[in-house]
Design a protein around this ligand. Structure first.
Ligand code: ZN
Length: 252
């Protein structure tokens, strides 16, 4: 199990990487479930992810109450994270983002679906949550547990759910996995918009998506993580013991 200190460092790195890779800008956030207390999660205080530091990482109960140190104002949308951890015991990390190429898919009938092998794990079915269905006209922000739980219901067992007129939220079994999926989600959206402009698109099949997702090994995450750490000047701590010994089916 990853130690709290190590996870906190990793969360800071994840903030910087997601900003560098255009998944988040001044807004958006990444959280991790507490490694020792599954009913708590870790999330930066409300500031631009690129600027997040160790001292900014705060601890929350699943219903969004601050535990311990409070270095600043918490994100008003932290309820997205707590509601997901409450509903999905398998989820260890979550990224909420407004990544620019994804948003068009939240406001049109155009389906988001993977078109390139690295993007397969975003899943064959990506639901689109509309806050207006239950809460009427709002500022579209998820600012209560009731809203967070409604979103988590739409997310269901999926890896990604879109949020109409807002962005999306991605979940994973580790910080490295959720960062990886989030980066490739934004890339898939960018490539898909280009492909749609050129003509009819051939999407990955359900079978291909299942094969890619099953074959994605720790090495894949490590390879991306090492590169992204380098780009943002953060230390890379190898975790996968198979690093350098073999390639998963999705590595090229
Ligand atoms: Zn948001």
């Amino acid at each position: 199990m990853i130690a709290l200190q190590e996870l906190t460092e990793e969360l800071v790195t994840a903030n910087h990487v997601l900003a560098h890779e255009r998944v988040v800008d001044s807004f958006g956030h990444v959280s991790a479930r507490h490694p020792e207390k599954p009913d708590r999660y870790l999330l930066s205080r409300a500031r631009a992810p690129q600027l997040a530091e160790i001292g900014d990482i705060m601890e929350f109960t699943l219903d969004g109450k601050v535990v311990g140190a409070e270095p600043g104002k918490p994100y008003s949308e932290r309820f997205i994270h707590g509601a997901i951890y409450e509903a999905r015991p398998d989820v260890m990390a979550a990224v909420h983002n407004h990544s620019p190429n994804v948003v068009p898919f939240t406001v049109t009938k155009q389906k988001m679906r993977p078109i390139m092998h690295m993007c397969g794990p975003i899943g064959s079915e990506i639901p689109n949550w509309d806050i207006r269905n239950k809460f009427g006209d709002t500022n579209l922000l998820v600012t209560s547990m009731e809203m967070g739980r409604d979103f988590a219901k739409t997310l269901g067992p999926h890896t990604v759910a879109l949020m109409r007129g807002h962005g999306s939220t991605v979940v994973g079994r580790s910080v490295r996995e959720v960062v990886f999926t989030s980066v490739y989600m934004e890339l898939n959206a960018e490539m898909l918009i280009k492909a749609l402009a050129m003509g009819e698109v051939t999407y990955l099949s359900d079978g291909e998506i299942a094969a890619i997702t099953k074959g994605r090994a720790g090495f894949t995450f490590e390879r991306g993580w090492e590169n992204w750490c380098h780009r943002v000047g953060r230390p890379f701590i190898p975790r996968d013991k198979t690093m350098g010994e073999g390639f998963s089916k999705t590595d090229t």
